[in-house]
Design a protein around this ligand. Structure first.
Ligand code: HXC
Length: 258
């Protein structure tokens, strides 16, 4: 499919989605969000794709929802259109692993998009923020919810209430990003991580994503039970036999998603 605001390349088993509105620092307008949702759906349903990477440019992952597009909306329009609701649900419900490779600004909806991914790899120049407070609004796609779970109340309140940006080093210390790498190596590093994931058993990978995701939705006892049941279920797979045989035979496993 031909997209205008994103680029999609599928290399081996990895779909690399690059946000591409350079003149607006990849601000998320409805066209871009629509195209992103379509590309994610396609990748999620593809037999070939096993992992997805979302990135932007060196200057901006995404500088937020498009203020020019949002500015004229009334409350009734925002409510009736369910502003960003469908997109947030679509992006948040991808079953395959999604890695955000973030360089430059990840602000407002850009930070929220990165947090909807399963983990974030940040370039040294990355800057995260929820500056919606400066526009007389608040975050609308998880900036008060996922950020609080990721970095705790103190930093989430600070960032949402003051609008200050967090650099990559602070973001790593706070647990928002999993690793920080030089900007020139960002996409390569994310693709290598995706490649690693692509070589695992897809059953393990999907169950891990489901189980970690569950930890945000349930009390500990329910989450542990869910995890234990999924763990036990893997013993019904050939990949479990292969993984353990390969370990005992001191060779690399050949997973077949069976
Ligand atoms: C629309 C944007 C934009 C945005 C940048 N641009 N961010 N357009 N929406 N969110 C446009 C600018 O208007 C400008 O276009 C061009 O991109 C370059 O931006 P500059 O401001 O000239 O660049 P710079 O001086 O380097 O400053 C970078 C910046 C700044 C610090 C990132 O652009 C900025 O503060 N942007 C807004 C960040 C923000 O408030 N984000 C939250 C949005 S609300 P022109 O045409 O003038 O050259 C939000 C709500 C989420 O995300 C709710 C759920 C999704």
């Amino acid at each position: 499919m031909a997209y205008e605001t994103i680029k999609v390349q599928t290399e081996d088993n990895i779909a690399l989605i690059t946000l591409d509105r350079p003149d607006a620092l990849n601000a998320l307008n409805s066209q871009l969000l629509g195209e992103l949702c379509e590309a994610l759906k396609e990748a999620d349903e593809s037999d070939r794709v096993r992992c997805i990477v979302i990135t932007g440019s060196e200057k901006a992952f995404a500088a937020g929802a498009d203020v020019k597009e949002m500015a004229g909306k009334s409350y009734v329009e925002a409510y009736v259109e369910n502003l960003y609701g469908a997109e947030a649900e679509r992006i948040g419900s991808v079953r395959k692993p999604v890695i955000a490779a973030v360089a430059g600004y990840a602000l407002g909806g850009g930070c929220e998009l990165a947090m909807m991914c399963d983990f974030i790899i940040a370039a040294e120049n990355a800057k995260f923020g929820q500056p919606e407070v400066n526009l007389g609004i608040l975050a609308g796609m998880g900036g008060t919810q996922r950020l609080t779970r990721a970095v705790g109340k103190a930093k989430a309140m600070d960032m949402n209430l003051t609008g200050r940006f967090m650099d990559a080093e602070e973001a790593e210390r706070a647990g928002l990003v999993s690793r920080v790498v030089p900007a020139r190596k960002l996409v390569q590093e994310a693709m290598e991580a995706a490649e690693k994931i692509a070589h695992k058993s897809q059953l393990s990978v999907l169950a891990i994503k489901e189980s970690v995701g569950r930890s945000f939705e349930t009390p500990l006892s329910e989450g542990l039970l869910h995890e234990r049941r999924l763990f036990q279920a893997t013993f019904a797979s050939e990949d479990q036999t292969e993984g353990m045989d390969a370990f005992l035979e001191k060779r690399e496993p050949q997973f077949r998603d069976k």
